[in-house]
Ligand binder design. Structure first.
Ligand SMILES: CC(C)(COP(=O)(O)OP(=O)(O)OC[C@H]1O[C@@H](n2cnc3c(N)ncnc32)[C@H](O)[C@@H]1OP(=O)(O)O)[C@@H](O)C(=O)NCCC(=O)NCCS
Length: 182
């Protein structure tokens, strides 16, 4: 388990499956995460969670749990882990709305980024975000991510095309932010 100031990242457990499915299937969550209209079945979620394996290598997801109550509030993780070029892509969701906008997502991201740089010894961490996801953009910029490009009108959501923003954070940029205590 990896612990921050408000949350810990832990392994997924079988009992998380129903809540994970419910979080991911909320309309607002689908709009913010991928823009995909398809709903996950319980079996999709079960397959995803049971496929997570510590020995898998190129992708992994953690459950995010509050330190105070031990409540599962969302997930985060990495995929496309590239050992040669020492980079990966990360993603996060806080699925319980009661816990959004209260610093839990920022705290979980810090833990995940530290894990990428200090444990996996990566050089760069990337992510992508829909251009209308202002809250996520605020968090990512605050954590030092820089916009590296924009796939114009890449996703069709709610009757219109939207850009997908590609962001990246280098190891030395993160080290500098850590030195400045964020
Ligand atoms: C994006 C997400 C991970 C952020 O985590 P969080 O715990 O909600 O965010 P935090 O409380 O750490 O920080 C949010 C910041 O954005 C600000 N914010 C909230 N809504 C905003 C908006 N519409 N525009 C700009 N800033 C906004 C908050 O005020 C806060 O800034 P502050 O700390 O300076 O006050 C979380 O909201 C989430 O999972 N959202 C749904 C899924 C998602 O969007 N995932 C990311 C996909 S790329």
């Amino acid at each position: 388990m990896y612990t921050g100031e408000k949350v810990r990242l832990r392994e997924y457990r079988r009992e998380d499956i129903p809540l994970a499915q419910a979080y991911i299937n909320k309309a607002e969550m689908k709009r913010l995460l991928s823009g995909s209209p398809f709903l996950l079945t319980l079996w999709d979620e079960e397959k995803f969670i049971t496929s997570l394996s510590a020995s898998q290598g190129s992708n992994y997801s953690f459950a995010i749990e509050t330190l105070a109550e031990g409540h599962y509030i969302g997930g985060c993780g990495f995929n496309r882990l590239d050992w040669k070029n020492r980079n990966c892509e990360i993603g996060i969701f806080i699925g319980d709305e009661e816990y959004q906008n209260k610093g839990f997502g920022t705290d979980a991201m810090k833990i995940l980024i530290r894990l990428c740089f200090n444990q996996l010894n990566l050089y760069k961490v990337g992510l992508n975000v829909l251009s209308y996801n202002e809250r996520a953009l605020k968090v990512y910029r605050r954590l030092g991510f820089k916009e590296e490009g924009r796939l114009r009108q890449e996703r069709f959501v709610d009757g219109a095309y939207h850009d997908l923003i590609i962001m990246g954070l280098l190891r030395e940029e993160w080290a500098q932010l850590e030195k400045e205590a964020l």
